[in-house]
Design a protein around this ligand. Sequence first.
Ligand code: NAD
Length: 320
Amino acid sequence: MKAPPRVVALVESLHPDAVKLAQELFTAPAYQLLLSPAQNWRESAHAIVMRTGSLTREDIEAAKCLQVVGKQGVGLDKVDLSAAKEQGVIIRNTPGINATAVAELVVAHIFAVARQIVDIGVRQRNGSVFQRHQCSGLQITGKTIGIVGMGAIGKTVARMLHHGFGCTIFAYDPFLADDAWSDVPHTRAQTVQEMLPLLDVLTLHVPLADGTRNLISMTEFKAMKQSCILINHSRGEHKHKTHYRGVVNEEDMVTALKEKKIWGVGIDALVYDPPTLEKYGDLWSLPNVVTTPHIGASTPQTQSESACAAVLNVWEFFES
Ligand code: NAD
């Protein structure tokens, strides 16, 4: 008797390249593909491919046939990992694929804050006429950069800033072996605090966890140079939590900016995500704040590559 087909469901809208790849790979009679965004997948899916949505305990417990999840991107904060483990469901994400796109946005934020590009540009459009001396900024070439979290994104930022702009790199990541990234000359810091007074830019690339919540608070802002730029592209608490916190204590950050303890900030992942005027009006009224709404990986190239990798992860699970 022939085995019934494995049901693979694309549960969210994926990049068209990934949908096409899934149609090529998951063909009858071995597979049945439920196309994006598949409804009622819990009843029959052996595998799902997802992007940014949630996978709750309820989903996992209801999905009796589910064996594997192809998750586009690196973040697993909206996936109930303990439920998946209990039910024996394998979760495969696509680490590293979005690192170049995120790192490019980091570099864009650094320069935007250093040269006050957003403030000056907006005020110019609103009719302000500037003298050049009112628009002075900071140079980045040859400066000292501190990176917290030397994973895929942190390393890519280090390469871009060292090889592209001759920057000196300090890094803090207690979980990496000393020889884990020998291609960029750097100094390993034993603590975040010891490098703070030396830095022209501090950039954060860590997951939100017990050891990283509020990593940068008033004590750290006080230790930074007044000319230091803070960049944060690390995700904050997901909205199902009752207490919203992030790697940066945002209330302290607003105070530090008001008191001119630092030069400015560039942030792609605010704690309240998506950010609203109600939550961030105070921050957005301050000069030299550049924020974007969690768009680090938002290039068609990255979306295509990471969605295709998620589809391939499911394929390899069944075929290897
Ligand atoms: P990664 O897993 O490759 O790297 C994370 C690094 O952080 C690891 O090297 C780990 O050892 C280190 N780390 C963990 N806890 C630490 C601590 N307490 N102190 C210092 N280092 C610590 O992940 P990645 O792909 O580089 O992504 C990093 C973070 O960037 C993600 O967790 C996510 O929050 C964020 N992110 C943002 C976007 C965006 O669009 N803005 C996109 C992808 C990822």
